[in-house]
Design a protein around this ligand. Structure first.
Ligand code: NAD
Ligand code: UDP
Length: 354
């Protein structure tokens, strides 16, 4: 069990000691729970928190996560993993200082495959995680999404834009679950006084994404590496803005330490069309693959670009990693996953888009 130290809470003071029993007079770091801790972002966030001197409890049911993402943390005395579906009541005997609630499928293909667990984790999971924060007196951070803006009619997207979401479309299970999660988070803040934060994450990429999670970054890289056609949906004119994972994690960390309670966009404003993105991947990998056009999924947002003015002024945050550097690093990661390079896209089934 992790317990709060009676000494100072200085992050830098935690060194090589058992987190469970700090030596007399020795400071122990804050205790953070990361739901979705075995996922792409949850595992990177856990690494950052550990580097900052936190003791971390990862929680995940492996719906879309992978034990490999946290394999390197085995044996770390400051890390513990609890296999649990957070849509069910969360019991922890530990003290908790921070809860980072990241549990939720995030890839459109994943949430189309798991529509009800997605709604449950956004609603019930968020309720349980907020309840835990209230019971423990912990700070709470919700991983929300640019999808709360839906297919936006305002461009770039600022936090005061309320969005354009189709509640009954195929993506509605994710978008509305996250919008509900935001509303619930603000209710816990206003009504119960819980210290909450909301990050609206824009498309983030990097090592540890699942090669076949269906998102465009792993899809195109794996297709290019295996010289298969890149599956461009629609005419490829829809835009996205890609943020490297270390930048995103830095924004989350700064937000958690802030006193700001309204949503903050974290993403990289460099916007490009999906066709341009495919061409970059072909150029950087040197692949002989071609672009192959498929139907555009229903409600696929036509544009997406964060306005990061709020993150800059409130958190003094902006992304640092250049697109070329981040993508090259990600390609190297996928090359090292040779066993999984298959190049087959997980294309959304037409019935799911109807
Ligand atoms: P991911 O699929 O890699 O990670 C999500 C993790 O949550 C997985 O490990 C999964 O097993 C776990 N999970 C799902 N349901 C759960 C449940 N009921 N109980 C416990 N664990 C559960 O996705 P990711 O990209 O790491 O996304 C993490 C969070 O960030 C999600 O909340 C997502 O909505 C949000 N987000 C991500 C992006 C992005 O570009 N990566 C963009 C916007 C928002
Ligand atoms: N996309 C694509 N081919 C693929 C996967 C995705 O053209 O194999 C497109 C998708 O239609 C969307 C964009 O790439 O316009 C980003 O999709 P992703 O699934 O990564 O996330 P989204 O931003 O839609 O949540």
């Amino acid at each position: 069990m992790f317990t709060r130290s009676s000494g100072s809470n200085s992050h830098s003071e935690i060194k090589n000691h058992s987190a469970t029993v700090p030596a007399a007079g020795e400071a122990a770091g804050p205790i953070s729970v990361v739901t979705g801790g075995a996922g792409f972002l949850g595992s990177h966030l856990s690494d950052r928190l550990l580097a900052e001197g936190h003791r971390v409890i990862g929680m995940d049911n492996f719906l879309t996560g992978n034990a490999k993402n946290i394999g390197h943390l085995a044996g770390n005395p400051n890390y513990r993993f609890v296999r649990h579906d957070v849509s069910n009541y969360i019991f922890l005997s530990d003290d908790v200082d921070y809860i980072f609630h990241l549990a939720s499928p995030a890839s459109p293909v994943d949430y189309l495959e798991h529509p009800i667990p997605t709604m449950k984790v956004g609603a019930l999971g968020t309720h349980n995680a907020l309840g835990l924060a209230k019971a423990k007196g912990a700070k709470f951070l919700l991983a929300s999404t640019s999808e709360t803006y839906g297919d936006p009619l305002v461009h770039p997207q600022k936090e005061d834009y309320w969005g354009n979401v189709n509640p009954i479309g195929p993506r509605g299970v994710y978008d509305e679950a996250k919008r509900f999660a935001e509303a619930l988070t603000m209710a816990y803040h206003r009504f119960h006084g819980v210290d909450t934060k909301i990050v609206r994450i824009f498309n983030t990429y990097g090592p540890r994404m699942r090669l076949r999670d269906g998102r465009v970054v792993p899809a195109f890289i794996s297709q290019a590496l295996s010289n298969k056609a890149l599956t461009v949906f629609g005419d490829g004119s829809q835009t996205r803005s890609f943020c490297y994972v270390s930048d995103l994690v830095d924004g989350i960390y700064k937000l958690a330490l802030s006193d700001f309670h309204e949503p903050v966009n974290i993403g990289n404003p460099r916007e490009m069309t999906i066709k341009e993105f495919g061409e970059h991947i072909l150029r950087i990998t040197g692949s002989s693959s071609k672009l192959e056009y498929h139907d555009l999924p229903v409600d696929d947002p036509k544009v997406r670009q964060p306005d990061i003015g709020r993150a800059k002024s409130v958190l003094n945050w902006e992304p640092k990693v250049d697109f070329e550097d981040g993508i090259r690093h990600t390609i190297e990661f996928f090359k090292s996953c040779t066993d999984t390079v298959q190049g087959e896209a997980r294309i959304r089934h037409p019935k799911q888009s109807a």
